[in-house]
Design a protein around this ligand. Structure first.
Ligand code: SAM
Ligand code: SF4
Length: 316
């Protein structure tokens, strides 16, 4: 279905939980978030109904996210059922990778075709600091398990943080020389209560300054601008919600774990669907698509995101 600005909305990002086994500084408060009443969250059946409603409006691509989707007990069942919904051509997932050593193969078998795995640093001490509690060895074991499980595509995501990982841009990008995966750098977004200020924001051009040998691939990379290092096995992607927003080609709708449709990541507008039947959900989705703003408005460290939620409660 097209929105008021002619954009074809064919991509649903479904957050299956707002809980997580990490506490990344830019995403979650240290104490975690208060666990919501079970009754306030979408059930598995409601999630599948929502995917069916989305497919009836022409959505073909589904990304399962969170919070951390792999802490959800019934994640394999959700993925398997979502992948079987007629009209859904591709199910992908964004994960921190910590549970992939045991789940990479069953997830692939359940029908997940592509994985985005978060990795902000290659330094064990810095990984523990940014995630507040994670072990780098666990994340790397997850990435290795994913590489062995035969996914169609694996992308690593690093949030660019000035004074934290700008000295690792070369090391992270050079993973594309050794492994068949894409390395993507994402500008830090001023969301929720994340403790970072203006000084931590680095524009995507910082990557180009560090790596003058990067060549544009000329391919379409969704939200990412794609580049390659000579002799590489995968692309380097630059995602710039702030430096050069990509709202003009935004094809997404988001559904939070508590059943709110969000037409734009940075807007406070939400459309509830919990408890509705499939037709009711499809109607709400039409409204949300027609309510999609043209762009997210000025977004910088003076104009923080208008979304009232931190990333773990939206689904990044
Ligand atoms: N737990 C999973 C993970 O970390 O990949 C999925 C959910 S997480 C909210 C999705 C993505 O959002 C991650 O790649 C994370 O780095 C990114 N993210 C979270 N907060 C962010 C922020 N303030 N600015 C930019 N990216 C952010
Ligand atoms: Fe958890 Fe992902 Fe947020 Fe980190 S970015 S706290 S892994 S949801």
């Amino acid at each position: 279905m097209r929105d008021r600005f002619g954009r074809e909305i064919n991509y649903l990002r479904l957050s299956v939980t707002d809980l997580c086994n990490l506490r990344c500084l830019y995403c979650m408060p240290e104490e975690g978030i208060p666990k919501k009443e079970h009754a306030a969250m979408l059930t598995e059946d409601e999630m599948i109904r929502a995917v069916e409603a989305a497919a009836s409006l022409g959505i073909t691509k589904l990304r399962i996210t969170g919070g951390e989707p792999l802490v959800k007990k019934n994640i394999l069942s959700i993925c398997g059922r979502a992948a079987a919904v007629p009209g859904i051509r591709e199910v992908c997932m964004t994960t921190n990778g910590i549970r992939l050593p045991e789940l990479a193969v069953p997830l692939r078998e359940a029908g997940v075709k592509r994985l985005n795995i978060s990795l902000d640093t290659l330094d064990p001490e810095k990984y523990a600091r940014i995630t507040r509690c994670g072990k780098l060895t666990d994340a790397l074991a997850g990435i290795r398990a994913a590489l062995e499980a035969g996914y169609d595509k694996i992308k690593l995501n690093a949030v660019l943080i000035g004074g934290f990982n700008d000295d690792e841009i070369e090391a992270l990008a050079s993973l594309t020389l050794r492994y068949p995966l894409d390395m993507r750098f994402i500008e830090l977004m001023p969301m929720g209560e994340n403790g970072f200020g203006k000084e931590a924001y680095l524009p995507y051009t910082a990557v180009l300054d560090r790596l003058p040998e990067l060549e544009p691939t000329g391919e379409e990379g969704g939200a990412a601008k794609l580049y390659r290092l000579p002799g590489c096995l995968g692309n380097v992607g630059l995602i710039s919600p702030i430096g050069a927003h990509f709202c003009g080609s935004c094809n997404r709708l988001r559904l939070t774990a508590d059943g709110k449709l969000k037409p734009c990541l940075h807007s406070s507008a939400e459309y509830p669907i919990k408890g509705l039947d499939r037709e009711g959900m499809a109607e709400a989705m039409k409204e949300a698509i027609l309510g999609k703003p043209e762009w997210h408005g000025a977004l910088d460290y003076a104009n923080r995101s208008q979304s009232q939620r931190s990333m773990n409660r939206i689904g990044g």
